[in-house]
Design a protein around this ligand. Structure first.
Ligand SMILES: CC(=O)N[C@H]1[C@@H](OP(=O)(O)OP(=O)(O)OC[C@H]2O[C@@H](n3ccc(=O)[nH]c3=O)[C@H](O)[C@@H]2O)O[C@H](CO)[C@@H](O)[C@@H]1O[C@H](C)C(=O)N[C@@H](C)C(=O)N[C@H](CCC(=O)O)C(=O)O
Ligand SMILES: Nc1ncnc2c1ncn2[C@@H]1O[C@H](COP(=O)(O)OP(=O)(O)OP(=O)(O)O)[C@@H](O)[C@H]1O
Ligand SMILES: N[C@H](CCC[C@H](N)C(=O)O)C(=O)O
Ligand SMILES: [Mg+2]
Length: 488
C-alpha cells in the first residue's frame, strides 16, 4: 500500500482532480481487475481503448484513474490524473509502488531479434555458478535462482515486471538478466527501470506487422539504449551493421564484441560440430556445448557482460564451456535404431532459420539428407512467410511446410503465403502437410538411416495455439514418438 502522491513522484502530471493523499492498494491497467482501492491506468491498445473503461473502473470503486484524456464526467470519490503518456506513467508508477526494485540489484537487459533468450539463460546459469542469487526474465520462463515462474510475454507488463523484480530483491538476488522486446519498448513496459547494462545481439526481419517498417523496428530497439543511464554499459555486436546506430544517442559506456573485427571482446570460431563449438575468446581456447556458429555470439556476449560486471575472465570462460543451451534451442535427439538426428529449434524468423540450417549444412556429411519441417505463426508478420519457405528449400534436401500457431488466422491461408516463396525448381522437394503432427511423422517416414530432421519455429513451446485455445503440443516429444513408432 502506498500514497498516490508518492507513486506519482516521477510522473509529469498535466492535470489532477481529487485528493492525492489517498492510499493505493495496487495498480492495474485492466478494468476487469479493479477492486476498491485500486489505481486504474487507461491505456490505448491494439484492440480497444482502455479509456472506454474508465466509467467501469470508477463503478468498481477505483481509488484513482490515470489517463491521457479525462472523461466528460468525473465520478465522485475518484481522483483523476491526466498525463501525456499512460504507458510511461504506468512504468514510473509501478517502479515507485514497488520501491524501485531495479535500483536494488544489477539488472542487465538484452535486446535484438535473435539470441535474447539464449543470452539471458546463459547469463543466469553463469552467475548462479559464480555463486550469486540471480533472477531471469525470458520468453521461456522467469526464474529466481532455481524457482521457475511461468512467463506470458518475453518482457512482462510494467506491473508484473516490477513485482517480479521486487520478489528477486527480497530473495537476495544481486543480479537479474532480462529480455527486452521491441513491443516492450514501444509500450514503455520498462519505463522507470534502472539498467546496469544493455546488450544488443542483432536485428533482422521480424515483427513488421506491429512496427510497420524496418526503420520503426530499429527505432524501437534503439530507444532501449537511449534510456540507459551514464553508469550503465551498452555492449554491442559490432558485426551487425545496425550496431553503431543503436548507441548513437546513448549516455551509457559503449563496448563492442565481434567475431570479425578487433573490438573490446573478440572471438574466433575454430570449429563447429554436433558436439559443440571450439572457440578462441580473448586469446583463450574453449570448447562449448552449444551448437551453431550464432551461439559463438551469444557466448561472447555473455562473456563480455560478465567481464564488464567485473567477474574473472578465466573463471567465466571455464563455466561458460560447461553450460547447456536454453530449452528448444538446437535441442536434439538421435534415434536408437537408425541414428536419425532430430533437431528442435525456435527459429521463427528468416535469419534464425538460415543460421540454423547453415549450421546443419556445416556439420552434415554428404550422405545425410536434411529434411526441414517448418510453419509460420498467425497474427504475426506475414512478410516473413514466403522468405522462410524459400530459405528452408535453399538449405534443405526436402521440405515439409506446415502450421505453427495459427492463432486467429486460417492455417491454410498461412501455408499458402509460405508456398508463394517456393521457387518452381524446388517444387519437387516440397510437401505441404497442414497438421503439424502429421508433418513431423511424414518427415520421419521420409528419413533414412543417419539423416537429419529439423523441426523449426516452436522450440520450447508446449502448445499449439488455435483460435484462442492452447492445445498441448511439444515438437520434441512428437518427433521422438514418431521415430519410435516407425521403429527408426
Ligand atoms: C500487440 C501487443 O503487444 N499487445 C499487448 C497489449 O494488448 P492490446 O494492445 O491488444 O490491448 P487491448 O486489448 O487493445 O486493450 C487495451 C487496454 O484496455 C484494457 N482493457 C481491455 C478490456 C477491458 O474490458 N478493460 C480494459 O481495461 C487492457 O487491459 C489494455 O490495457 O497489452 C496487453 C496488456 O499488457 C498485452 O498482454 C498484449 O500482449 C499480447 C497478448 C501479445 O501477444 N503480445 C506480443 C505480440 C508481445 O508482446 N510480444 C513481445 C515480443 C515477442 C518476442 O519476439 O519474443 C513480448 O514481449 O512478449
Ligand atoms: N545470436 C544469434 N544470432 C542469430 N540467430 C540466433 C542467435 N541466437 C539464437 N539464434 C536463433 O534464433 C532462435 C531464437 O533464439 P532465442 O530464443 O535465443 O532468441 P530470442 O531473441 O529470445 O527470440 P524471441 O524474440 O522469439 O524471444 C534460436 O532457436 C536460433 O535458431
Ligand atoms: N514470441 C514470438 C515468437 C513466436 C514463435 C512462433 N512459434 C509463432 O507462434 O509465431 C512472437 O510472439 O512473435
Ligand atoms: Mg526470447
Amino acid at each position: 500500500m502506498q500514497l498516490l502522491q508518492d507513486i506519482l513522484k516521477d510522473v509529469t502530471v498535466l492535470e489532477s482532480h481529487g485528493p492525492l493523499d489517498v492510499q493505493v492498494e495496487s495498480i492495474t491497467f485492466d478494468s476487469r481487475q479493479v477492486q476498491p482501492g485500486v489505481l486504474f491506468v487507461a491505456m490505448r491498445g491494439v484492440q480497444v481503448d482502455g479509456h472506454d473503461f474508465m466509467a467501469k473502473a470508477a463503478g468498481a470503486k477505483a481509488v484513482a484513474i490515470v489517463c491521457e484524456e479525462l472523461p466528460a464526467e468525473l465520478a465522485s470519490g475518484v481522483t483523476y490524473i491526466k498525463v501525456k503518456n499512460s504507458g510511461q506513467a504506468l512504468g514510473l508508477m509501478a517502479s515507485a509502488f514497488y520501491g524501485h526494485p531495479s535500483r536494488k540489484l544489477k539488472l542487465v537487459g538484452v535486446t535484438g531479434t535473435n539470441g535474447k533468450t539464449t543470452s539471458v539463460t546463459l547469463l543466469h546459469k553463469l552467475f548462479r555458478e559464480l555463486g550469486y542469487h540471480v533472477g531471469m526474465i525470458s520468453t521461456v520462463q522467469n526464474q529466481i535462482d532455481e524457482e521457475v515462474i511461468p512467463s506470458t510475454h518475453t518482457t512482462p507488463d510494467a506491473v508484473s515486471l516490477n513485482a517480479l523484480l521486487d520478489k528477486m530483491v527480497k530473495a537476495g538476488c544481486a543480479y537479474a538478466f532480462m529480455e527486452v522486446s521491441s513491443h516492450a519498448m514501444v509500450q514503455q513496459r520498462v519505463a522507470g527501470i534502472t539498467f546496469a547494462g544493455g546488450v544488443f545481439t542483432n536485428i533482422t526481419h521480424d515483427h513488421l506487422d506491429y512496427h510497420g517498417t524496418f526503420d520503426e523496428y530499429i527505432k524501437a530497439k534503439k530507444s532501449f539504449f537511449d534510456m540507459l543511464p551514464a553508469s550503465a554499459f551498452a555492449l554491442i555486436n559490432a558485426d551487425d551493421k545496425r550496431g553503431p546506430v543503436m548507441v548513437q544517442n546513448t549516455k551509457a559506456e559503449v563496448r563492442y564484441f565481434s567475431l570479425r573485427k578487433v573490438t573490446d571482446f573478440k572471438a574466433r570460431l575454430i570449429d563447429n560440430t554436433l558436439q559443440g563449438l571450439h572457440l578462441e575468446i580473448d586469446g583463450h581456447e574453449i570448447w562449448a556445448k552449444l551448437i551453431g556458429a550464432f551461439n559463438a555470439y551469444n557466448l561472447l556476449g555473455a562473456y563480455g557482460v560478465a567481464v564488464l560486471l567485473e567477474e574473472d575472465p578465466m573463471e567465466t570462460l571455464t563455466i561458460l564451456s560447461s553450460l547447456d543451451t536454453a530449452a528448444g534451442r538446437f535441442d536434439y535427439i538421435v534415434s536408437e535404431t537408425e541414428q536419425i538426428t532430430g533437431i528442435v529449434d525456435y527459429a521463427h524468423t528468416p535469419d534464425a532459420l538460415e543460421n540454423v540450417l547453415n549450421t546443419i549444412q556445416q556439420i552434415r556429411t554428404p550422405l545425410q539428407t536434411v529434411i526441414t519441417v517448418v510453419g509460420c505463426g498467425g497474427n504475426r508478420d506475414a512478410g516473413k512467410r514466403p522468405v522462410m519457405a524459400d530459405i528452408a528449400c535453399r538449405l534443405s534436401d526436402k521440405v515439409i511446410l506446415t502450421s505453427d500457431n495459427p492463432r486467429f488466422e486460417e492455417p491454410q491461408a498461412i501455408l499458402e503465403d509460405m508456398q508463394k516463396g517456393v521457387k518452381p525448381l524446388d517444387f519437387k522437394k516440397t510437401l505441404s502437410v497442414l497438421d503439424r503432427r502429421e508433418a513431423i511423422r511424414t518427415a520421419c517416414m521420409l528419413a533414412g538411416k543417419g539423416d537429419i530432421i529439423l523441426v523449426a519455429g516452436k522450440g520450447h513451446e508446449t502448445y499449439q495455439e488455435i483460435k484462442g485455445v492452447k492445445y498441448p503440443f511439444d515438437d520434441k516429444q512428437v518427433l521422438q514418438e514418431a521415430l519410435q513408432q516407425l521403429g527408426k
